[in-house]
Structure formats: structure tokens, C-alpha cells
Design a protein around this ligand. Structure first.
Ligand SMILES: [Zn+2]
Length: 194
């Protein structure tokens, strides 16, 4: 059993984009701050796990089911925007350019990592196409996101809806997460037919 400090460094270093140096700095920061602050952090971490879950319709992260967007009668139900991860919804919402519903795949196709259509929520998407006129593919503009978009276009189009893809004005290999709102808004407005 490692000592408590080494254990904390180990846990922190497992977080995305936290290297061993940052993990060590954060662990020493935790040692310095008052216990109440550490409790607030620990409780916030546990609350996220205890109170949030995936929307049963779109897979977004939510505390109510269906989520706020799926339940909103003002949303345009004839449009479905497909994203890879729940955190991709926020940036698209902030553009104010899109008023339809979302579908979160919970990943992207990656043959070399063994991630095929059954490992992401393609079946959930296909089950939601009733009454949908347009499927907007907003997967990331990198190799995996493009492969996913091409695959989805192939399986969705025969079922009726128009399939469009964001017209990325951002560098290839980029990520929706790191694209500014103005660029993302233009990408949505200028989406092209696949
Ligand atoms: Zn939802």
C-alpha cells in the first residue's frame, strides 16, 4: 500500500491531461489548503457520480430524465445533431445557431483501437430517426471523427433523413471542444450535404 501522498499523486495522474509533475503539485496544494476546501472538492466529485447520469434518449449528461434539451417543447424535433461526447453539446449550444435535438455517440469509430459501430451508440441513433428530416454530423474533424461521419452517412441516408456535416473552418485534426464559438457557429450555418 503506497503512502497517502503517493496514492493521491497516483489518482490525480490518471486524470486526462494531468502529468506526474502537475499531479505532484496538486497533491501538495491539497496538503496546504484547509480541510473544508478539500471536503468541498471531494463532495463535488462524489455528487457528480451520484446525481448525474446519461439521458435515456440522447446520452447527454443530466440530473433529470429526459434531459433539459430532449424535454424542451421549443426544440426542433426534425433535426438531430450527432456528437461524439456529452461535453461537445455545450459549445454547439453556445453558438445559438442550432435548435434541434442531439444524439451523443459516446465515442467515435476507430478500427485500430477495436471500436466499431457496436461499441458506440449507433443503434440508439438509428432508433430515433422517426420524423427526423436532417441529421447533422458534428463529430470531430480528425481521422476518427471523419470515419464516423462517413459511416453514419452511409447507414442514415437510406432511412430517409438528409445528412449534413459541419463545414469546419478549423484545422483538420482539430476538436469541437477547442473550437471558438464564432468558428463553430459558422461551421453550423455553412454545413454541407454529405
Ligand atoms: Zn436528452
Amino acid at each position: 500500500m503506497p503512502d497517502p501522498l503517493a496514492r493521491l499523486v497516483g489518482e490525480l495522474a490518471r486524470l486526462p491531461s494531468i502529468g506526474p509533475k502537475t499531479a505532484t503539485r496538486l497533491a501538495h496544494h491539497v496538503l496546504k489548503v484547509p480541510r473544508t476546501e478539500v471536503e468541498a472538492l471531494a463532495n463535488a466529485l462524489l455528487e457528480v457520480k451520484d446525481e448525474l447520469f446519461h439521458c435515456s434518449a440522447c446520452n447527454a449528461i443530466t440530473a433529470i430524465d429526459p434531459c433539459r434539451i430532449c424535454a424542451d417543447p421549443q426544440r426542433d424535433r426534425s433535426r438531430l445533431c450527432v456528437v461524439e461526447e456529452p461535453f461537445n453539446i455545450g459549445p454547439l449550444e453556445r453558438t445559438g445557431e442550432y435548435h434541434g435535438l442531439y444524439h451523443v455517440l459516446l465515442g467515435a469509430l476507430s478500427p485500430h483501437r477495436g471500436i466499431g459501430p457496436d461499441e458506440i451508440d449507433v443503434s440508439g441513433l438509428l432508433a430515433r430517426l422517426d420524423g427526423v428530416e436532417e441529421v447533422v454530423l458534428a463529430t470531430n474533424p480528425n481521422v476518427e471523427g471523419e470515419a464516423t461521419a462517413l459511416y453514419l452517412a452511409r447507414v442514415v441516408k437510406p432511412r430517409g433523413p438528409r445528412v449534413t456535416r459541419l463545414a469546419f473552418g478549423m484545422p483538420v485534426g482539430g476538436d469541437i471542444e477547442y473550437t471558438d464559438e464564432a468558428t463553430l457557429g459558422r461551421s453550423l450555418a455553412g454545413r454541407r450535404e454529405l
